[in-house]
Design a binder for this molecule. Structure first.
Ligand code: MRU
Length: 366
C-alpha cells in the first residue's frame, strides 16, 4: 500500500514468536495508536466482541487466527468444535465471520490433530493476504468509476465522495473496501474529497475514517449523519461508496445503521450509490436482505452515552440523555438492491441483482 503517513497500514499480523497475533486496538483511535496481543482463542473472540477489531473482513481474519490460536493449544476434534461455536457467537451480522470459519474448518478437520495448528496458521495467513489482494482489486475497479466521473466533469473541480461508517483499511486487512477506490484515485492524482458521516452511535466515521483519510493525506470533511441529503440536494456529492457486512445473492446490502437513509437520499437526487465488498461478504444462501440478514442489537449505552477525549488527554464516557431514557441500538440496516447502483467486487462491478452477481461469480453461487 502507498499513501501518506508513517503508520503501518496492515491490521493483523503474527508476532515474532510465530504464534501470538497482533492487532490495532480500534477502541482507542484516533486518540491513541496502540496494538494488542492476542494470545488465545478467547482473546480473539473478546477482541471481536468488544470491537477492538471490527469491520466485516477483519472480523473474518481475526476469527481465522483465533482458530489457529485455539488449535495451537488443543488440536482435538472437540477443540475445533468449541472454537467454531465460540467464534460464531461473537457478532452476528458480518458473514465474513462464518465464511472464514468455514474455510478454516475445511482445511483443519480432515487433518490428523498434530498437523492442525500449523495448517491453521497458514490458512489464516492466506485468508488475510487474500483479503488484502481482494481489497486492492476493489480499489482498481472503483478507481475506473471515479476516473469516469472525473472525465465527465471535464477534469474540473474535484470528486466528492460520501461514505458511511468505516469501510477503510482498519476494517479490512489492507486498503479497505469503500476507501480503496478513494486511496487509488488520490494516489493517481485525482482531486478527491470525502464527506465522512460521523456514524452514530459508535462514531466509526468520526474516529476511524477521518483518522485514516488524514493519515493518507486525502482531503475530507466530517459531517453529522443527518447532513448527507442536504449536501446531495446542493450538488456537493458526486457519488456514495459504502462497505457491507452481508450482501445477499440478489444484491441487498446490509451495512452500518444509517446506510439505507443515504441510499434513499442518493436515489432522490440521482447520485450513484455503490457498495464495495469482497466476495467473502456475499451470502449466497439468502436473497431477501430485510427478512434474512441478522441484525445485531447492541447495548443501549452506546446510544445514551458517548466516548471522547477529555482536555487532559484521558478517554471519558459521558451521558447524553436523561438517566432513565430507554434507547434502541440496532447496529445495521439493509439497503434494498433497487437503491444500489452497483456492487464493486474484486472481479469487477456488478449490478445489484442476482444475474449480474452470479455472472461475476459463477463458481460461488449455490
Ligand atoms: O460495527 P462495525 O464497525 O464492525 O461495522 C462496520 C461496517 O458497517 C462496515 O461498513 C463494514 O463492515 C464494511 S468493512 C469493509
Amino acid at each position: 500500500m502507498t499513501g501518506a503517513g508513517d503508520t503501518p497500514k496492515r491490521t493483523i499480523w503474527v508476532d515474532d514468536d510465530g504464534r501470538t497475533v497482533v492487532v490495532i486496538d480500534q477502541t482507542l483511535l484516533p486518540h491513541v495508536f496502540a496494538t494488542e496481543k492476542l494470545a488465545t482463542l478467547e482473546d480473539a473472540a473478546v477482541a471481536i466482541e468488544t470491537m477492538v477489531v471490527r469491520g466485516a473482513p477483519l472480523i473474518g481474519a481475526t476469527a481465522a487466527y483465533g482458530m489457529a490460536l485455539g488449535l495451537a493449544v488443543d488440536p482435538s476434534d472437540e477443540a475445533v468444535e468449541g472454537a467454531v461455536v465460540r467464534l460464531l457467537a461473537t457478532r452476528p451480522t458480518a458473514v465474513n465471520l462464518q465464511w472464514a470459519i468455514r474455510e478454516m474448518e475445511d482445511v483443519v478437520r480432515p487433518l490428523p490433530a498434530h498437523d492442525r495448528a500449523q495448517a491453521a496458521y497458514a490458512k489464516a495467513a492466506e485468508i488475510a493476504d487474500t483479503d488484502a489482494a481482494m481489497c486492492s482489486a476493489i480499489g482498481d475497479h472503483g478507481l475506473e468509476l471515479i476516473e469516469s466521473l472525473w472525465e465527465a466533469k471535464g477534469q474540473q473541480g474535484r470528486i466528492d465522495v460520501l461514505t458511511h461508517c468505516n469501510a477503510g483499511w482498519l476494517a479490512t486487512v489492507e486498503w479497505g473496501t469503500a476507501t480503496a477506490p478513494i486511496y487509488k484515485a488520490a494516489d493517481a492524482g485525482i482531486p478527491v474529497h470525502v464527506w465522512v458521516d460521523e456514524t452514530r452511535p459508535r462514531n466509526q466515521g468520526a474516529s476511524l475514517t477521518a483518522w485514516e483519510l488524514g493519515q493518507w493525506g486525502v482531503p475530507h470533511t466530517l459531517i453529522v449523519d443527518n447532513a448527507g441529503g442536504h449536501l446531495m440536494q446542493h450538488g456537493l456529492v458526486d457519488l456514495c461508496i459504502v462497505g457491507s457486512d452481508r450482501t445477499t445473492a440478489s444484491g441487498d446490502v446490509g451495512n452500518k445503521i444509517g446506510t439505507y437513509l443515504k441510499a434513499l437520499a442518493a436515489k432522490d437526487n440521482g447520485i450513484p450509490f455503490y457498495a464495495a465488498l469482497p466476495s467473502s461478504t456475499i451470502d449466497w444462501t439468502i436473497e431477501d436482505g430485510i427478512a434474512e440478514i441478522p441484525i445485531e442489537r447492541r447495548e443501549p449505552e452506546e446510544v445514551t452515552h458517548i466516548t471522547g477525549q477529555a482536555p487532559d488527554g484521558s478517554l471519558v464516557q459521558v451521558r447524553l440523555s436523561p438517566s432513565d431514557t430507554p434507547a434502541a441500538n440496532d447496529a445495521f440496516d439493509v439497503t434494498p438492491s433497487r437503491l444500489v447502483t452497483g456492487i464493486i467486487t474484486e472481479r469487477g462491478v456488478a449490478q445489484a441483482d442476482k444475474e449480474s452477481l452470479a455472472s461475476l461469480f459463477p463458481d460461488r453461487t449455490i
